[in-house]
Design a protein around this ligand. Sequence first.
Ligand code: GDL
Length: 456
Amino acid sequence: MTEQSEFMSGVIEGFYGEPWTQGERFELFGQMSRWGLNTYFYGPKDDLKHRAIWRECYTNPETEWLGSVIQECATHGIRFIYGIGPGLDIRYSNPVDIELLQLRLEQLLSLGCQNFAILFDDIPDGMDADDAKRFGSFASAQCHVTNALLLRMRERCPQVKFCFCPTPYCGRMVAAGLGGEGYLETLGEHLDSEIEIFWTGPEIISQEITVSHILEMQRLFRRKPLIWDNLHANDYDGRRFFCGPYSGRSPELRNLVSGILSNPNNEFPLNYVPLCTLAMFVHNTGYWDARAAYLAAMKDWLPQFTTLHHSIPLDDLVLLGDCYYLPQEEGFHAEALYQTVETVLDPSADDWMVHFHHFREQSSRLKTLCFRLTELRHRRLFYALSRRIWELREELDFLERYVAFLTTRKDPKELFHPEVHLAGTYRGGIVPRLQRLLNRQVDGTFQTTSPVSSVP
Ligand code: GDL
């Protein structure tokens, strides 16, 4: 944001859960400068001072490590943005709260930070009675606090730049009325025109962000939106991670937004392909082929997969990556595997034997790979993968046993009683049990497994 016109591209450390380590951040900055990504935004939801106790300044040891992050960004020519989220309990009409926010930002300013983000995402949708009386609307209250802070910080340092995250930060939230009527219009009108506004697209996790959607947001915001992209975030589902390519956004978008920042997987080592392909997307000229970008990035990632005894072939890594591709899309080979399993589970399917052999071959390839990954030299990478690939291996093993049972059973009514995958142990626990009470239909709606009349 040193140059208003410079397109921001990079990374948000903005997920729920354990923040990255210093070592991981420094590795990230090295990658970013190699790939030509220029912005890093510090805003981990569970840094207590980012949200829960935002009124408290950082201690000396904390300022030391934050200062070194800011320095390291500067060394790599990366813009550092510090985010603070006071929305859980701020009193918008209380001048003391604005003072405290100012103190927090001044502490960061003294460490060399000039870019700030004030975040109002994921907070209670309502205000204290005094605030409501004074401001009338949520949006006015938030604009008041943010504009006031910008003015005060400009007095300290005229170069400071601000970003703002609205309470409804995607199309679906606006449609649901979050933040109150006319929230975005008020923002467009009253938030200082130099402040960037974050937007995640039509959804929190947007499969696609179209040009027409962004044009509409530009109109409402009266400025270009700044994309906070949750495409590769996985904090909402601990069983998954996403290493598919940056996709579902057309290259024209780059002229219509002021930047694209990705809030990726919690596990830092799993972000190589997501961030590498984001960089490719940002710098791409001509047709954008997400799959080709993915395959190229996978090839670059492969050297991190050296193991004690075996080398991992690129094709195997691609197969694994395809199993953990994108939130709403499996990669090509994982989708093919799924189709094969579906066919194999129906013993009356045409060419059943062909599919059966194909399944056995793919499954054994994946299981061997999962085993080999346990010997990765890059232990952080293995630990990031470990629980997920354990589950994958277990599930394939279970399927293999089930399919073998299908081939040997005498009576079609005979039931499968696995000796290894014991009920209550395998896929046990309160969450899977609760999940089994509701069945998801193909159209996305849910149905209970037991007949229920309407609630009295
Ligand atoms: C969110 C949060 C973000 C979180 C993400 C994915 C925004 C603006 N806020 O709602 O911190 O990581 O979803 O769960 O996206």
